[in-house]
Design a binder for this molecule. Sequence first.
Ligand code: ADP
Length: 592
Amino acid sequence: MRRRDLCSSTQSQVLGSLRTTTPAFTLNIPPEANHTEQPPAGLGARLQEAGVSIPPRRGRPTSTLEKKKKPHLMVEDEPSGALLKPLVFRVDETTPAVVQSVLLERGWNKFDKQEQNAEDWNLYWRTSSFRMTEHNNVKPWQQLNHHPGTTKLTRKDCLAKHLKHMRRMYGTSLYQFIPLTFVMPNDYTKFVAEYFQERQMLGTKHSYWICKPAELSRGRGILIFSDFKDFIFDDMYIVQKYISNPLLIGRYKCDLRIYVCVTGFKPLTIYVYQEGLVRFATEKFDLSNLQNNYAHLTNSSINKSGASYEKIKEVIGHGCKWTLSRFFSYLRSWDVDDLLLWKKIHRMVILTILAIAPSVPFAANCFELLGFDILIDDNLKPWLLEVNYSPDLTLDCSTDVLVKRKLVHDIIDLIYLNGLRNEEREASNATHGNSNIDAAKSDRGGLDAHDCPPYDSLSFTSRMYNEDDSVVEKAVSVRPEAAPASQLEGEMSGQDFHLSTREMTQSKPKLRSRHTPHKTLMPYASLFQSHSCKTKTSPCVLSDHGKAPDPQAGNFVLVFPFNEATLGASRNGLNVKRIIQELQKLMNKQHS
Ligand code: ADP
């Protein structure tokens, strides 16, 4: 049974499936759900996951679960013994430790196949993909952390091919965010022609290329070259234009790790995480030595073993990572329009996912966390380097801890908030006819449909935060990762700043007031929603065409669909052409 089927079951059916241990109770369980004597936790625990508290029943018996201080829920009107069980997660040896620790911290139980029925789990999180049969057999109460078909984005050669196709279909101007790429061995002749043509144009100047294995990660097997005689490749390599003018901070190269969660492809629903990582090379950028990986590659797996990792480096300090919020604060201190950069990144994410979305098979109850690696050049143009499958969640340093632990918490909030809403909506449908909005209002503290912004205001063209300082203040306070001002000022007081590979004339950046609208630490979330829609448990019922996804969960912000038109164009099949038109309109607005 798929998620859709779950949605059509009533709340009592869902609760019913939790009561199989209460024999005095007449069960009303659909045959598909009646597969287990120890059914998995369902709505009650999900309510708790989403922060909805259910008062405990007076005088209930103490259970082993309570002794262990696991979260448990009693529904007031249920007979005694209707103890709702904690959610259960399933892992394998590849599951990141942080995922397990966050879930345990949230009160989940770890699946134990000796003790539990095979289907008694709610979330299976692993590094590798699932087989299609596993997707087909997923139960309504289960979630998988991968969606089938997404490796089309995460293999470097496939990504290049898909984006090339999109360029042909929709024009180069939209899809010029990936460096010129050749897939070996097929494109060998084309590459050779391009190489020598460029050499001729540049005269004595050098041209730079990077050769990367299509399937490897963590900087393994990468070669940077300028002279054709240094070019060696194997099958399954790509050769790409090397961005030789990266944005430098303290003369160090960096790239951004942006986390993206696709909660569904049909309809397409994309969230971008408002925090992330900036990964630095640990030796100064130097085009005269292309062999120095510590200067040219920003992978932390490489840099953490470098001699300079522990050193306090100019501007960037110790280690090789910053939070994204620290990076944006740094840019703002140089009067860079970080908001424009962020909008470009969002657009790039949508355009990239659109390249595969129509060909991804339907699968219910799954999501995909992707890691977008983005390099910014000294003209502040973002370049997509690659999209990572199962982005690394190991905790190597305090910045990792800060970002990745909250990231996992927010993924759980995002997934379970969406699931919860479906259940409640359908439950209210069953009991009150079609009064979705009324039911949602009463359940969630009286939010009215008109309390929500019109859908167009979710678009990332609006600048709501510009007009209202109090909104700005609040936005700042909800961002735990934001570096304290003192820390930021500390790092900005360095004498020798290098914002770009070009010589900077200023020796010191200008610091502007942090309370001007442009100086907020978290301006982005407010681009997508008004304050009235900020609470986690307030659904925005915005469209007759179908429910609009939640605009935000923790630091995850909805970037697609971004208005009524794109919501419509993503239902009943994906109308990519229509979506591209909307993106183009948005770009034109931004440039006018
Ligand atoms: P991997 O999957 O091995 O990490 P990436 O494509 O992410 O491969 O490349 C590794 C690193 O190499 C990047 O983090 C970046 O620092 C550098 N790099 C990759 N491609 C380019 C490019 N086209 N221009 C400049 N630097 C690049």
